[in-house]
Write a protein that binds this ligand. Structure first.
Ligand SMILES: [Fe+2]
Ligand SMILES: [Fe+2]
Length: 189
């Protein structure tokens, strides 16, 4: 699918506000790809589709999990949209938008939780989602500066702050987020 058609397919699935966020992530992801030598085309596609499934109902996600081939179905079902729209959303993108590139699908899958193992593209989408121009939270300027100088440091910065926020708000923490923390913040290999 060409960029224009992809943009339209994505826009149809979300609010104007979220679509603006998606375009901000795309702009940032392409800039990071150019900075660190990843494919700007893949960064663009992954960014445009990363939140494709974010506005689906819980019922739709639960059905997809039950019918899908997830190794941790019963655990996955305990979480919610925040986790599902990446982990399960990647499969919606694959099936509905015919995106077969595994690097792109991995970046979508990991965009909220990160992972102990992350490719350059995974890191770019994870970080771009956090620092895109529409984001406005204390520390976002620091995160932006770090991102364009050291992507691994940016992954660590984001993970640490996200986890702190989850704990502060007593939000469930998906185990993969802990793995991301141990690898990129603490440095356990
Ligand atoms: Fe997201
Ligand atoms: Fe996002």
């Amino acid at each position: 699918m060409k960029r224009e058609a992809l943009m339209q397919a994505v826009q149809m699935r979300m609010s104007e506000k979220r679509f603006k966020h998606v375009l901000g992530v795309e702009e940032t992801a392409v800039a990071l790809a150019e900075r660190f030598g990843a494919s700007p085309e893949k960064a663009s596609i992954a960014a445009l589709t990363h939140d494709y499934a974010k506005e689906r109902s819980d019922e739709e996600f639960q059905l997809a999990i039950e019918q899908g081939s997830y190794s941790n179905k019963s655990e996955l079902l305990k979480y919610g949209n925040a986790i599902w729209h990446g982990v399960v959303g990647a499969d919606f993108v694959a099936h509905e938008l015919q995106i077969t590139d595994q690097e792109i699908l991995s970046a979508i899958r990991l965009h909220t939780t990160g992972g102990a193992e992350m490719s350059l593209l995974d890191k770019i989408i994870y970080v771009a989602d956090y620092i895109e121009p529409g984001r406005n939270f204390p520390g976002v300027e620091d995160a932006r500066v770090i991102a364009f100088s050291d992507l691994d440091q940016a992954v660590a910065f984001e993970t640490k702050h996200t986890l702190a926020h989850l704990i502060e708000s007593e939000t469930p923490v998906y185990p993969k987020t802990i793995e991301t923390y141990n690898r990129w913040v603490v440095g356990i290999e």
